[in-house]
Design a protein around this ligand. Structure first.
Ligand SMILES: [Zn+2]
Length: 512
């Protein structure tokens, strides 16, 4: 049972909460004379919002609280720990969105608690409530009965109406830092009387990337294999395997274009019985972290510096869109490892069949765009128009270099078309499939006209979301922000769709 430590040593009181910001905020609220009656616990998944809500509820219900903490001994505390305290009402807004549930809540809210000191409502994923339901609850939030407390939890506080937010005391949960993870491990180390070196705990904390659960899993693994005495050397050996299988490692391989090794890794993960959804989430979180570091919005971690040096922002964004698409594919996948394998093969970073250390060859699209610009600009200069400085800003360049329906440019564009399709693919496979059945026919003042052969294609490609994907793909390859327009091929047109069998396929993909 991998989660043995996690379950046994999870915090049981407010003072034991590992998330420092939440612990401090709740401590000061519980000590204050007028304790707020309604809280909003917000933060990413896995930061302990719901379990902290239950701990707060236990304290509020406890018959003999010790300062800010529950006694964990009275009938109410024991019932709470068993999950049978009828005075704690948990509502999952994801499945009870409706106004009826809230009406029911409102009717019963005035009744006194059965045994506990207070009655506590915990509403999980509260942002899922309908507007009607929010309106229904507003009145109760304005004047909550003396013995009633509300704890709302959400991963998306921005989706909770302002009128509701303004009546709540906000407690923000952040992804745990190293010290917080080590704090949570300390309970298990002490409880099981384990001898472990400080740097091994540091290593666990850095591998688990802010997940208390993963940290406990790792410590438990070490404990199972080594017993109560864990040397740092052993810890490094065992944890090394975990690092090798980590989502971060997978992202690194994709960015380095190590297709073969990445595919091998999926096989290993398959053998380990990986939870693909969680794994993809881990990859997405890592790519997100890289993107934020790449923009300079956050300081990169030392371990990420090498990978950041060989990846560019566009490709990272494309990879993150590709991952989002992979998650969608996973939902209906018959072979759960396949969607990630497709992503690996399709990735913009992918260098075909190659494997091994290819860091230096990893795709950086900048030089390619630069070459293309140079070529265009030179051509224009030769043809007699005024000379254009290569250093001028790219928007000026693009305008200057775009002739009116210049056929040579169109040919250039068509030459680049397969590359554009490749750029679109990781962002949206269906759009790429549709584009394969179309052809670019005209360039005109920053506009590209694409001829489509079915009204259905036109309609789909012109959808704002899809059009933006195509424009992003073009920008990625050519470096210019072109506008895309679709035109339906005339019945008597001599042109034929490049591929036709895709029509049915596309129809299926879009479910139309
Ligand atoms: Zn108690």
């Amino acid at each position: 049972m991998m989660d043995a430590f996690y379950l046994k040593y999870r915090p049981k009181t407010i003072s034991e909460l590992d998330c420092a910001s939440a612990r401090e905020m709740l401590t000061s609220n519980l000590k204050s004379k007028d304790m707020p009656h309604a809280f909003l616990f917000s933060g990413p998944k896995g930061t302990g919002k719901t379990s902290s809500a239950r701990i707060l509820a236990k304290t509020l219900g406890c018959l003999n609280p010790k300062g800010i903490d529950s006694c964990n001994k009275c009938d109410v505390c024991l019932a709470t720990e068993k999950g049978v305290n009828l005075d704690i009402i948990e509502i999952d807004a994801a499945s009870n969105r409706g106004i009826d549930d809230i009406r029911q809540l409102r009717e019963k809210v005035g009744l006194s608690p059965l045994r506990a000191r207070n009655k506590i409502y915990i509403i999980d994923e509260v942002h899922m409530l309908t507007n009607e339901a929010f309106n229904a609850i507003l009145k109760t939030l304005e004047e909550p009965p003396e013995h009633v407390y509300f704890i709302f939890c959400t991963t998306n506080p921005e989706k909770v109406p302002e009128t509701v937010i303004s009546r709540l005391t906000s407690v923000v949960f952040q992804k745990a830092n190293k010290d917080e993870v080590k704090r949570c491990l300390a309970r298990a180390v002490e409880g099981e009387d384990i001898e472990i070196e400080e740097n091994s705990l540091d290593l666990i904390a850095s591998i688990s990337q802010g997940s208390f659960r993963d940290a406990h899993k790792l410590l438990y693994q070490l404990f199972v294999s080594e017993g109560k005495k864990i040397t740092h050397k052993k810890a490094e050996n065992l944890l090394g395997r975990w690092i090798k299988l980590s989502p971060e490692k997978m992202v690194e391989m994709i960015i380095k274009g190590e297709t073969k090794s990445a595919l091998k890794l999926t096989k290993e993960l398959e053998n380990e019985g990986a939870d693909w959804h969680e794994y993809l989430r881990g990859m997405m979180e890592y790519v997100q972290k890289l993107i934020i570091a790449k923009t300079g919005a956050s300081k990169p971690e030392e371990t990420d510096i090498d990978i950041l040096a060989i990846s560019d922002l566009n490709s990272l964004t494309a990879l993150s869109l590709g991952l989002a698409h992979t998650v969608n594919l996973l939902r209906e996948a018959i072979i759960p490892s396949l969607p990630l394998q497709i992503l690996i093969c399709d990735s913009v970073f992918s260098k075909g069949d190659s494997s091994g250390p290819e860091a230096d060859k990893a795709l950086d699209s900048t030089p390619k765009i630069a070459n293309y610009q140079t070529k265009r600009i030179k051509k224009k200069s030769l043809s007699g128009s005024k000379a254009i400085d290569l250093e001028t800003d790219s928007e000026v360049n693009s305008e200057a270099s775009l002739g009116l329906g210049d056929t040579a440019q169109l040919k250039d564009f068509i030459d680049k078309w397969p590359e554009i399709l490749q750029a679109v693919k990781p962002m949206n496979h269906s759009v790429e499939a549709l584009l394969r059945a179309c052809r670019p026919t005209e360039l005109n003042e920053g506009r590209i006209t694409i001829e489509v052969f079915y009204p259905f294609h036109k309609q789909k490609l012109e959808e704002e979301r899809n059009r933006r994907i195509i424009e992003d793909g073009i920008k990625k390859v050519l470096g210019f922000p072109w506008k895309v327009f679709c035109t339906l091929a005339q019945k008597d047109s001599k042109s034929k769709p490049p591929t036709d069998d895709l029509y049915e396929q596309a129809k299926e993909i879009f479910g139309k």
